[in-house]
Design a protein around this ligand. Structure first.
Ligand code: AMP
Length: 304
């Protein structure tokens, strides 16, 4: 039996500059990356908001063609969320040049009736009060993962702590884990987060991979060293989408499945960074994904 994945988060137009070039107003947003990655393994129900007049039908067609249900993609009066960023030449840092929230500013997720029995859920980095509202609407949720960002840790900590206490998996990067816990050492930060409630936490370390901590285990997925990076935007979202999509597709959330899902997430993220925007995610075959999965797995296998 497979389950569908419910994804809530931003849908955006991204303008991105890297040493490899520039794209303007490309389809992006964390929920878009998550959905296009997850839909390689499971059906996806997307809840988000775009502007009623500026979001091209071709983007909707693309999402639908990849198995993403867009009944929860609201069209509101105003402009679609726009984000713009530039990467350092060595990709070690990114500067946000512009954020225009548009209709995302007053986003109030509405879950269509057919999604209310969702069992697998990925709460993207929206206001924690909205993450809580979504959780309250899903009585059957069996495995919920949440993402967040510095802004919410700094500005809405009590609500964010309530979210953390109610999810099964928190996915953060090392800077966010430090902000949330005050601990610079990754093991101590993970222990603090696990003490807040989740049964698992993943701490992402950019190109260096990701660590999974449960109460009694630690697992590491390295990032695949690539000859050429074009655009790292959405790599973390792609990783999380691949992982959660795999779990929903398998209808499983035991530790071994989470580990396999992390390898799939890493494989998908390695493709995502090799082109601008979501384009690399749209035409991958299952054979390509499986071959990268093997490459990632072999990175830490003595036998090869
Ligand atoms: P990542 O590279 O994983 O940080 O994700 C980049 C994606 O996040 C881009 O497609 C942006 O449109 C989206 N994004 C940027 N800022 C925000 C924000 N404040 N809230 C939600 N999504 C955002």
């Amino acid at each position: 039996m497979t389950s569908k994945l419910l994804v809530v988060g931003s849908v955006a137009f991204d303008t991105i500059q890297t040493r490899a070039g520039k794209v303007e107003e490309a389809l992006g947003g964390s929920a878009t990356y998550v959905s296009l990655a997850a839909s390689r393994f499971a059906g996806v129900n997307l809840v988000g908001v775009v502007g009623e007049g500026d979001f091209p039908q071709e983007h909707v067609t693309l999402l639908k063609s990849r198995g993403v249900d867009v009944a929860g993609l609201e069209r509101a009066k105003g402009r679609t969320f726009r984000w713009s960023g530039v990467y350092a030449d060595d990709f070690s840092s990114r500067t946000t040049l512009d954020t225009q929230l548009g209709v995302f500013e007053s986003f109030d997720p509405k879950i269509p009736a057919p999604y209310l029995d969702s069992r697998y859920v990925l709460l993207g980095n929206i206001h924690p009060a909205l993450q809580l509202k979504v959780l309250d609407a899903l009585p059957r949720a069996e495995f919920v993962a949440a993402d967040t960002m510095n802004l919410w840790i700094n500005v809405t900590r009590p609500e964010l702590e309530r979210v953390v206490s109610r999810v099964h998996l928190l996915v953060v990067n090392d800077e966010e884990s430090f902000l949330l816990t005050g601990e610079r050492q990754v093991r101590l930060a993970a222990d603090r987060i696990l003490a807040m409630g989740p049964s698992a936490v993943i701490i992402k370390r950019g190109e260096h991979g990701a660590l999974l901590f449960t109460r009694d285990s630690v697992f590491y997925t390295p990032g695949l060293p690539l000859p050429e990076v074009v655009d790292p935007t959405g790599a973390g979202d792609t990783f999380a989408g691949g992982l959660l999509g795999y779990l929903a597709g398998e209808s499983a959330h035991d530790v071994a499945s989470i580990r396999r899902g992390m390898l799939y997430g890493t494989a998908l993220a390695s493709y995502a960074v090799q082109g601008f925007g979501v384009t690399p995610l749209t035409n991958l075959t299952r054979a390509q994904i499986d071959s990268r999965y093997d490459e990632v797995r072999k990175l830490t296998s003595v036998e090869g």
